[in-house]
Design a protein around this ligand. Structure first.
Ligand code: AP5
Length: 190
């Protein structure tokens, strides 16, 4: 199973990917997690990405693609993967298509998690209070939502044109959303 999870900040991509990874026994690849690990380790890449992430803007396509290609070249991706946070714009969607064609692992399905904006903001505020993620400040969240609407939302249409999108209601209990995703993926890949 080769799956992309799409959705606005706070829509539940990371939450659901952690469950889907166990369900399908495939790795969860989050570009946000990879970048946060690089920031924490203070690698050259992390030092470049830190301020951009804290503002809620996108890290450069080149940096993220290089990081993703490296991760996809690891042996645990042979049976598939869940991509969370990539692609983030049309250029990244095109680049991903090329990489996957080159390694002979075309995408099976793109799952779009739909959650209304007021609930996204509420969820992220809850996480900010608990975890203090640096980009969960009200200002950075506004930027992240704007970036999503302008740059990432068109990626849904990109996959729709390829007949690969399935939309899932992301509102409700986490288990309930998980069940919806598994059902939608089964129908889309039947
Ligand atoms: P990234 O880490 O990808 O963050 P994001 O897309 O903004 O998403 P979030 O992690 O905020 O939300 P999520 O959808 O994963 O929801 P979650 O499950 O956590 O990216 C961060 C930054 O890295 C970017 O801004 C950018 O700078 C950079 N970056 C990453 N990828 C990049 C790329 N490809 N190109 C360039 N730059 C890139 O849930 C959120 C909260 O809601 C949690 O507290 C959770 O417990 C709660 N929750 C989830 N589901 C439910 C539910 N059903 N009911 C109640 N609460 C729920």
């Amino acid at each position: 199973m080769r799956l992309v999870l799409l959705g606005a900040p706070g829509s539940g991509k990371g939450t659901q990917a952690a469950r889907l990874k166990d369900h399908y026994a495939i790795p969860h690849i989050s570009t946000g997690d990879l970048l946060r690990a690089a920031v924490k380790a203070e690698t050259a890449l992390g030092l470049k990405a830190k301020a951009v992430m804290e503002r809620g803007e996108l890290v450069s396509d080149d940096i993220v693609l290089g990081m993703l290609e490296e991760r996809l070249s690891e042996s645990d991706t042979a049976s598939g993967f869940i991509l969370d946070g990539y692609p983030r714009n049309l250029a990244q969607a095109g680049a991903l298509g090329e990489v996957l064609a080159r390694i002979g692992q075309p995408l099976d399905v793109a799952v779009q998690l739909d959650v209304p904006t007021d609930l996204l903001v509420e969820r992220i505020a809850g996480r900010a209070a608990q975890e203090g993620r640096k980009d969960d400040t009200p200002e950075a969240v506004r930027t992240r939502l704007g970036v999503y609407n302008e740059q990432t939302a068109p990626v849904v249409d990109f996959y729709r044109e390829q007949g690969k999108v399935t939309c899932v209601n992301g509102v409700g209990e986490m288990d309930e959303v998980f069940d919806r995703i598994v059902t939608a993926v089964a129908e889309a890949t039947d």
